[in-house]
Design a protein around this ligand. Structure first.
Ligand code: NAG
Ligand code: NAG
Length: 393
């Protein structure tokens, strides 16, 4: 398949802010406390065991310092699962099983405090996670149980908040599955959501934190369709079909960019390049692309997309698509036959949206046929677009 040749040659990692790491070492039975004045805990590294004689050397029995190769595997997962997303987190060695009973061990943790939306919801209440449209929820951590006697105690009988060693190991996973990738996520914080009640008789709460992240969309860099060497995609081909190494389709970049820019996923084949530049040659598509953080919007046919930048900023369109290339988007309530054709698109969609929205600070766009050239009358279509907000020069 040609599309399998689409590959990422460039990965741009946007690391713009230096994060400050806190470091804590906790000896033996003591309690480790991680806390954030601002933001929430995000655990970076965890070690539980012993790797030298000096750390926590106050042990009474010096024999217990001998083994310096004791390390608990899975320590990071255990601590991150318990503490990520909390403002304060206290743990002790009980959250790990013992990797070397004869050794006096310590917990060595580094963590950072991330700015985040922080939510605490008492048992049986509603939880709402919400990001701007065009952004998605990235969960930092979720906790369900009880680890203090101050949260969610108003009107609760005494005995029901005494157990402060209660936690559900699956809370983070459950909330992740429910909310990941969405821009809004609502649910009821109750036992049944997390499987079993982790501590019957105790009134619990859910604590979680999340960030709102921009989607990453495709932005196509150089594209070649044709053949420029004898080796690529040559397996099993007669030499006559790989001999012409000067075959290249002009306009390949425009064709692919027009089709894929601004989408989260894009599959194409050679049909998008139109005329065949060299019919006797076995050709291939070679693409590099990057993933840009951007506002990303879907609008089903007849609905409206809103493009919004802060005032003072302007919309820079990355790409706009109108048509249908999958059978999963905008199908609710649509009769079967109307989403079968998945090779439908308007080549001028980007231009149409750009004329109306590019350079403005906000813009609403109604996704309907009359706005676009009709690409496939019988098919129910949708619009997909992505844009950035730029400060004018
Ligand atoms: C708190 O609940 C947990 C889980 O049910 C249980 O293992 C633990 O013994 C309880 N602790 C106290 C002090 O009751
Ligand atoms: C869409 O239009 C904008 C504005 O004219 C332009 O900057 C962008 O490159 C276009 N995208 C594609 C894929 O042609």
């Amino acid at each position: 398949m040609l599309s399998s040749l689409l590959r990422s040659a460039l990965v741009l990692a946007a690391v713009c802010c230096l994060t400050y790491a806190e470091s804590v070492i906790t000896c033996g039975e003591k309690i480790q406390r991680l806390s954030c004045d601002q933001g929430v805990v995000s655990v970076l590294t965890v070690f539980y065991g012993r790797k030298n004689r000096q750390t926590c050397e106050e042990a009474i029995d010096k024999d217990k310092l001998e083994n310096t190769e004791c390390s608990k595997t899975g320590a990071f997962e255990a601590l991150a699962n318990r503490c990520n997303g909390k403002k304060v987190c206290e743990v002790d060695k009980e959250i790990f099983s013992d990797p070397c009973p004869e050794t006096y061990k310590y917990i060595q943790t580094t963590y950072t405090c991330l700015p985040a939306h922080h939510v605490v919801a008492c048992e049986d209440s509603e939880v709402k996670l919400s990001c701007d449209s065009g952004q998605t929820i990235a969960l930092i951590g979720a906790f369900y149980g009880r680890t203090d006697r101050t949260t969610c105690i108003y009107g609760v009988p005494d005995g029901q908040f005494n157990n402060i060693t209660c936690s559900t190991p699956t809370a983070n996973q459950v909330v992740t599955e429910r909310c990941k990738g969405k821009s809004n996520c609502n649910f009821h914080a109750k036992n049944s959501m997390f499987g079993d009640d982790p501590c019957k008789g105790t009134y619990k709460y859910l604590e979680l934190a999340y960030m709102c992240k921009y989607h990453r969309v495709v932005s196509v860099l150089p594209v070649a369709y044709g053949r420029t060497n004898r080796q690529t995609c040559s397996e099993g081909k007669p030499s006559g079909q790989v001999a012409n190494t000067a075959c290249s389709q002009s306009g390949a970049l425009e064709a692919l960019a027009n089709r894929c820019n601004g989408k989260i996923v894009c599959e194409v084949d050679k049909m998008i390049f139109g005329a065949d530049p060299c019919p006797d040659t076995h050709k291939y598509t070679q693409t590099t692309y990057k993933c840009l953080p951007a506002h990303h919007v879907f609008a089903c046919e007849l609905s409206t997309a809103e493009l919004i930048c802060d005032s003072g900023q302007t919309i820079a369109l990355i790409g706009a698509f109108y048509g249908r290339t999958d059978r999963t988007t905008c199908i609710y309530g649509v009769p079967d036959g109307k989403f079968k054709d998945i090779t439908c698109f308007t080549p001028t969609a980007n231009q149409t949206v750009a004329e109306r929205c590019h350079g403005k600070s906000s813009c609403t766009f109604h996704a309907k046929k009359s706005k676009f050239e009709e690409p496939c009358r019988e098919t129910s279509k949708y619009m997909e677009l992505a844009y950035k907000c730029e400060c004018p020069l």
